[in-house]
Ligand binder design. Structure first.
Ligand code: ADP
Length: 546
């Protein structure tokens, strides 16, 4: 027997409609790419999104077409998003940090019809313009006064297009399972692959993100997504915040410690989210200036493992709750968040940190298990580690155009490529990416745990660990560190610091000091580049074993 309830399609337009109707006065504050702070409201975003949809329709964009954006987090980017999705087209977020060849590949593979971008990306788009023949035109996210010089053809000014319309536009009649967003994975192996989100998957994910144990936004909150909208939907925030009626603070192009602090402070931000490298810069700024952030309640840290020392500093020195989160583009992107369960709040501080360094518990809508190499499920005892498998209504079923072939097993599980433990209370901890784990004498060493231990050293800013070929053990860990400015830590002091904090046989065989560690387009340590750089590196222990 069928239920007798209304069939109300879960579309992202329903989110911005709700925000307009019930939170129309709530602010969206932006540090614009042009410089000044700009203030608008959900009511106005809604209006300008409809005008964007009208303008795109006039330019010939059709339902189902791909329209790319390359933009920082700003109100204009949000208007473009809802405008594109609201007319039934697909918003394809481009990561400006990708190389020209990758951009060309992605734009051509997606068959983007238009590209909408910030003034700061004119050179990036100009560099690929001759290699993307399907793109019919370019829309620059600014007003007439700030339109840059460019040799691009078919260029439009976003504000001009928007202001020429009256906003009298009905959202497209779409099925909730229709595509509305596209984001390519970073493609550390092979070509990047497109993850195609549906209206339904985005709405369900926004609802899950707003549950109290997840990001849990409320109408009284002010949320600053420092994580870019081109990095896996800004972790659902551009959908979750209007759904909740929370104020949004958009940091634009400036993500240094001083700029982020200024917005957190002046806009009384209560919740914020970004990768660890951003928080490294903010904490450095706070330490230097002695500033505090009394309004800030919650910091979501994900994309890479949050080091214990970072969690400790936020919680102890700034009285901010850290939410460690794990996810990936294929999961819309959130899979787990680390909210405490009953009784944990009363534990001693160090015990609480033991829990916070784990990546957290699966949010509702995500199923999760760990398996051995043969696909057999492993126990959830917090010790056994294996392949992390997920499934759910906001998890990818396949990549755009079938790239990569069949990505689910026969029971619908997606292999995340991560290796993890699961404990009896449901807390998951990432051991490593399967390809980064160090295989020593048939056992596995977690590069993440070594890195996190090393950055607790007072003279280390950042650490990376890679496996180096070893004649006796197959691989042994090499620790690569960036010292804090004006300090000179020694190998002996670093290893002595790590002693007792990790298993003896996990101790790195050598330590090298570098000025900088390379990062991927989404702020992760670029292990591939490090492995290439140190491919001929000889560990002292290797010579001894020969
Ligand atoms: P992006 O590169 O856009 O961040 P990906 O989907 O390529 O997104 O990255 C997802 C991967 O990032 C995960 O599979 C995992 O390896 C890593 N990751 C994300 N969050 C965490 C975290 N909190 N701790 C450790 N690794 C993480």
């Amino acid at each position: 027997m069928k239920g007798l309830m209304q069939d109300w399609p879960l579309t992202v337009m329903s989110i911005i409609d709700h925000a307009k109707r019930f939170h129309g006065e709530r602010e969206v504050v932006t540090r614009t790419v042009e410089g000044p702070i700009h203030r608008t409201t959900y009511a106005d975003i809604h209006l300008r999104a409809r005008k964007t949809a009208q303008a795109l329709t006039k330019l010939g964009v059709k339902q189902g077409d791909m329209v790319a954006t390359m933009a920082w987090n700003t109100y204009r980017h949000m208007e473009a998003w809802y405008g594109i999705m609201g007319m039934g087209a697909v918003c394809h977020t481009l990561n400006p940090r990708l190389f020209a060849e990758q951009l060309t590949y992605i734009i051509n593979h997606a068959e983007d019809k238009f590209i909408i971008f910030d003034t700061s990306f004119v050179p990036v788009i100009e560099a690929v313009a001759d290699t993307i023949p399907n793109v019919k035109g370019f829309i620059i996210l600014t007003d007439k006064a700030h339109m840059p010089e460019t040799k691009l053809k078919n260029v439009y000014c976003f504000d001009d297009l928007v202001e020429a319309e009256d906003g009298n536009f009905d959202w497209a009649d779409v099925d909730e399972n229709d595509a509305c967003g596209l984001c390519y994975t970073s493609g550390t192996t092979g070509n990047p692959k497109g993850v195609l989100y549906s209206h339904r998957s985005n709405v369900l994910h926004a609802l899950a993100a707003n549950s109290a144990d997840a990001i849990g936004l409320r109408s009284v909150d002010a949320i600053m997504p420092v994580v870019p909208m081109f990095h896996a939907n800004a972790w659902a925030i551009t959908f979750a915040a209007p759904a909740a009626g929370a104020k949004i603070v958009m940091p634009g192009a400036q993500m240094d410690g001083a700029s982020i602090y200024e917005l957190l402070d002046t806009e009384q931000v209560t919740t914020t989210a970004a990768v660890p490298t951003v928080w490294l810069m903010l904490l450095g700024h706070l330490e230097k200036t002695g500033a505090k952030l009394p309004a800030l309640n919650k910091v979501v840290i994900g994309g890479s493992a949050a080091p214990r020392s970072m969690i400790e500093t936020f919680e102890r020195d700034y009285d901010v709750t850290v939410m460690h989160a794990w996810g990936m583009t294929e999961l819309s992107p959130m899979g787990t968040l680390g909210a405490f369960k009953a009784g944990m709040e009363d534990l001693p501080f160090e015990k609480k940190l033991d829990i916070k360094v784990k990546q957290g518990r699966a949010i509702y809508t995500v199923e999760m298990k760990i398996t051995d190499d043969d696909g057999k499920e492993l126990p959830n005892d917090g010790v056994a580690f294996g392949h992390l498998m997920v499934r759910g209504p906001a998890v990818a079923a396949s990549y755009l155009k079938g790239e990569g072939g069949q990505i689910l097993d026969e029971d619908g599980w997606f292999d995340t490529g991560d290796v993890a433990t699961l404990d009896p209370l449901g807390f998951m901890q990432i051991t490593d990416r399967a390809k980064d784990v160090i295989k020593s004498g048939g056992e596995w060493i977690s590069s993440i745990e070594l890195e996190n231990t090393a950055v607790g050293h007072p003279e280390i800013v950042e650490a990376a660990v890679i496996g180096i070929v070893h004649p006796k053990w197959d691989e042994r860990p090499l620790l690569i560190v960036v010292p804090k400015p004006d300090t000179k830590p020694t190998k002996e002091s670093v290893l002595a610091f790590m002693e007792g904090k990790i298993a003896k046989w996990w101790m790195p065989d050598d330590v090298v000091f570098v000025d900088e560690i390379p990062h991927t387009a989404t702020g992760k340590i670029q292990k591939l580049a490090l492995r290439e750089k140190f491919k001929d590196y000889k560990l002292p222990s290797a010579s001894a074993a020969e």
